[in-house]
Design a protein around this ligand. Structure first.
Ligand code: NAD
Ligand code: TDX
Length: 336
């Protein structure tokens, strides 16, 4: 049976990927997760226990990582690397864990897969490419030069470069994907869409940074999972694949959609302090992934995906409500 080690498998996208693999394939999964504030072990409950093991540990700790990777001896076994500090706003407050987990953690993992000749898929972000003008007809492609803006995106860019170097210099069998903004169940309420949904559900107003003209290219997390699985099965070693679902929306549009779908006045939100260095627009051209691997997103209707997500947060109050006050107190100190 194929065995996949998933780092960061208790986080938002990692846990959705673990669920995807255990539901759609016969593979066995070992999650390696440090269980930081961003982890949701609850997201892994109810999955087939005979094919899932959870190991609590730090991806930057070679004494934990090396023996786990050494267990991957089958021809299709692999590591899928989601573990990261993932929130831009946190990286502006304290970049240190971003450098440690995202860069040093990726280095430690690369050394382990090099030592044991194990296949790696490294999960990254479109933010490594910087931002685009609102009217730029070009979108990001695999050829776009790196130009990260924040400590978070710079740390992810550093990790991507390490992977590329380990492929070229040491022959490590790795692929990389750079995906656009994910939404869906189990996303931490510090992030844009869940923050606004849970603001409305708790009787307060959505908070839009700056003018709200900034554009993000939204993809449902399940489509990210199916793309990563397709790359793991058929991706070309050494290749980078961009993952996106043609979901460009301005932040203003998204906030107004959330308000409308929850039956509120679409203007019932506050403009708050902008994010320093705030990227204006991200947009992905995923032609390579679609033509080479035949991948297509299933969630092509953003309004419908958002509606499902709102329903999910309405039904999972007990998961997010205990953390809401602390998350908002953190934002309040920055006027956001
Ligand atoms: P998340 O913050 O929800 O989850 C990250 C997980 O990694 C958590 O479970 C956390 O406990 C774990 N983790 C953190 N530090 C660790 C360490 N040192 N060792 C082991 N585990 C550790 O993040 P997410 O939004 O699910 O993002 C997952 C990956 O996808 C990241 O690599 C991120 O850069 C990438 N990505 C995210 C998006 C997005 O829209 N959220 C888009 C593109 C790419
Ligand atoms: O309250 C808010 N109000 C607001 O206007 C928050 C939290 C965010 N925003 C804006 C900032 C961004 O333009 O919404 C947009 C999305 O913000 P985030 O959810 O923080 O995401 P972003 O900074 O775009 O990064 C996300 O996508 C790429 C993930 O957090 C990263 O991990 C991923 O790499």
């Amino acid at each position: 049976m194929q065995h996949v080690v998933v780092t960061g498998g208790a986080g938002f996208i990692g846990s959705n990927f673990v669920r995807y693999v255990l539901t759609h394939t016969a593979a066995r999964v070992t999650v390696l997760d440090k269980m930081t504030y961003a982890a949701s072990p609850e997201a892994l409950q109810g999955l087939p226990a005979d094919r899932l093991e959870v190991v609590v540990g730090d991806v930057a700790d070679a004494s934990v990582v090396d023996p786990l990777v050494a267990r991957l001896t089958g021809p299709s076994d692999a590591v899928v690397h989601f573990a990261a500090e993932s929130h831009n706003d946190n990286s502006l407050r304290d970049p240190s864990p971003f450098v440690q987990t995202n860069i040093v953690g990726t280095f430690v993992l690369l050394e382990a897969v090099r030592a044991h000749d194990v296949r790696l898929h490294h999960v990254s972000t479109d933010e490594v490419y910087g931002d685009l003008a609102l009217d730029d007809p070009q979108r990001f492609t695999e050829q776009t030069p790196y130009r990260p803006s924040s400590p978070y995106s710079a740390s992810k860019a550093g990790a991507d470069h390490l992977v590329a170097a380990w492929v070229r210099s040491f022959g490590v069998r790795a692929t990389v994907s750079n995906c656009s903004n994910n939404y869906g169940p189990w996303q931490h309420i510090e992030k844009f869409i869940p923050r606004q949904i849970t603001n409305v559900l708790s009787g307060s107003r959505p908070r839009l940074y700056g003018s709200g003209q900034n554009v993000r290219d939204w993809i449902h997390t399940e489509d990210h999972s199916s793309a990563v699985w397709a790359i793991l099965q058929d991706g070309v070693i050494g290749q980078t694949y961009l993952i996106g679902a043609d979901g460009e929306r301005s932040n203003l549009e998204v906030v107004q959609l959330v308000l409308e779908q929850l039956g509120r006045d679409p203007d019932d939100f506050d403009h708050v302090a902008d994010r320093p260095g705030h990227d204006l627009r991200y947009a992905i051209d995923s032609t390579l992934l679609r033509t080479e691997l035949g991948w297509n997103p299933r969630y092509t209707d953003f309004e419908a995906g958002l509606k499902d997500t709102i329903e999910w947060y309405s039904a999972h109050r007990s998961w997010w409500e205990p953390h809401k006050q602390d998350v908002e107190a953190g934002y309040a100190t920055k006027g956001q």
